[in-house]
Design a protein around this ligand. Structure first.
Ligand code: PHE
Length: 399
């Protein structure tokens, strides 16, 4: 599919994607011994736009999982069939895509999105329609909050922000941080808010706090301000396209300190865009390609696609595995029963760690810090989950 899409110009692609449906069952020929009707699963994703690698990687991870599930007999003899719609990285398109998956395609569950703002939009539709949704990778706490049909298989941004603050303060020994965040993305703003809280409680200082809007290309005013405040590190909790561009412009202005990103930097495109300017910078993520426990999955993924997966490949794979596990246990395929079965997920070994869903439908996973070296993310630290974060914050403030 990607080959076909890249053959089109950007404008031509936009026209095609609205009508584009990818049915996995047909694509892999439903190998295996299943006989029953396929069970339809939806995926809404940024297959195009400035976060395109998010959707593409996730879709590959999901397809790999479904291929394995179907080869192993499917869901009690019935194959899974994946239907993917592109949302172009736009909230409204995300809502439309989910509505279409539910009302036209009659999927039993929805996988997606990556970007938290899009999962908030899609999750609202799933909640209203009573169809369960599992986001592989949206980390903003609000995505699952108060929505009993919405689950995630990744950590949340209060923990991610704690890990970033701890790494900057304790591992790197820095006390002066500047921030440049995307005010249009729930993810970016949430990570900035939480980072401020933890870094200050740890005794650090936020010397400059600047904003941009996704899609911006000129960051020189904000970076000039940041330069004048003399930070030791700059938190850029946005997505990879802006992360790479900000790095380039920071270096042009003579700013030499490392940048610090969150999981939103996870893309091979970060170094394609940021080139030498991003070298040496750090970001937090769900996994690192050089971690020993990732090697099995990486080998399988390479065999299938000929490229190394980013964290999203693994998270997409895990989200599909959690759903398949629930579908094998559910009493029926009704939204309510599938929801209840997903909610009971405990100790499922995923490629990105052990997955247990808590009463708030979240998973708790360790956080990995990587550094960009020669264009690759290199694993530099694991930050343990300290447990009750509210208690941790109180402890820090008392010091
Ligand atoms: N956590 C990001 C968000 O919620 C999405 C993301 C996850 C991007 C993992 C890359 C890798 O918006």
């Amino acid at each position: 599919m990607n080959q076909r899409m890249t053959g089109l110009g950007r404008r031509g692609m936009m026209k095609v994607v609205g009508a584009f449906v990818m049915t996995l069952g047909a694509a892999v020929g439903l190998a295996g011994a299943q006989s029953g009707e396929p069970i339809k699963v939806g995926h809404y994703a940024s297959m195009t736009g400035s976060e395109a690698t998010f959707g593409q990687s996730t879709d590959r991870g999901i397809r790999l999982a479904i291929k394995e599930i179907n080869a192993g007999g499917g869901i009690n003899g019935r194959p899974l069939q994946l239907i993917t719609y592109d949302n172009q990285g736009k909230s409204q398109e995300a809502g439309n895509a989910v509505l279409r998956l539910i009302t036209d395609d009659k999927v039993v569950a929805v996988l997606g999105e990556v970007a938290s703002s899009l999962s908030l939009a899609g999750g609202q539709v799933c909640q209203e329609k009573g169809v369960p949704m599992i986001t592989p990778s949206s980390t903003n706490p609000r995505v699952t909050m108060g929505r009993d049909y919405v689950f995630r298989v990744c950590f949340t941004d209060d923990l991610q922000a704690y890990a970033l603050a701890k790494f900057a303060k304790d591992n790197l020994g820095f006390t002066r941080a500047a921030i440049l965040y995307d005010q249009t993305q729930a993810y970016s703003k949430g990570l900035r808010d939480e980072f401020r809280r933890y870094f200050v409680a740890m005794g650090g200082q936020i010397v400059s706090d600047q904003t941009y809007s996704g899609g911006d290309t000129d960051f020189s005013a904000q970076l000039t301000n940041i330069r004048s405040t003399n930070p030791q590190i700059i938190l850029v909790p946005g997505y990879y396209t802006e992360g790479g561009n900000i790095a380039i412009q920071a270096r042009k202005l003579g700013i030499r300190v490392p940048l610090l990103g969150g999981d939103g930097w996870d893309s091979e495109q970060l170094s394609v865009i940021g080139q030498d300017a991003i070298e040496g910078s750090y970001y937090s993520n769900h996994s690192a390609p050089d971690k020993p426990e990732m090697q099995d999955f990486i080998r399988k993924y390479r065999e299938e696609y000929g490229s190394t997966p980013d964290a999203l490949g693994g998270l997409g794979y895990d989200a599909a595995m959690v759903l398949a596990d629930a579908l094998k246990r559910t009493k029926s395929l009704s939204g309510k029963d599938v929801r209840d079965a997903i909610a009971q997920t405990r100790d499922l070994q995923g490629v990105t760690g052990m997955i247990s869903l808590d009463e708030n439908r979240n998973a708790s996973k360790p956080i990995v810090i990587v550094q960009v070296r020669e264009g690759q993310p290199r694993w530099v630290a694991d930050i343990e989950n300290p447990g009750d974060l509210r208690a941790v914050l109180e402890q820090l403030r008392k010091k």
